[in-house]
Design a protein around this ligand. Sequence first.
Ligand code: AMP
Ligand code: ZN
Length: 114
Amino acid sequence: MEDCIFCKIVAKEIESDIVYEDDRVVAFKDIEPQAPIHYLIIPKKHIPTLVDLQEEDNNLVGHIYQVANKIAKDEGIAKDGFRVVSNCNKAGGQTVYHIHYHLLGGRNLQWPPG
Ligand code: AMP
Ligand code: ZN
């Protein structure tokens, strides 16, 4: 997708600090970390928002959670706890329109979020 910053990260057209990659997803460090550990896990496929997800994406979304699980274990935050969150559309706080799952950890996270 032209002019999508995350598609450009997938295509390696812009730099990012990639911590995990396979045939379907990429995970990289958030440029403005909100916690000691803050990664974004994205599908390589361009899907603008959560409401654009189709039945055929069910396996992909499950895979994203498996990747989150693996990264959390590798980073040593699985036992203490962490958060996976995906913002949808304007009121949900979405600023990049290529779905992404924030993986946050390494500190006590507050609830509810702002
Ligand atoms: P959201 O506001 O939920 O759409 O999240 C978008 C996230 O992408 C924010 O946390 C940004 O800091 C992050 N972000 C934007 N551009 C980049 C980039 N080039 N590399 C890494 N993270 C980015
Ligand atoms: Zn995209």
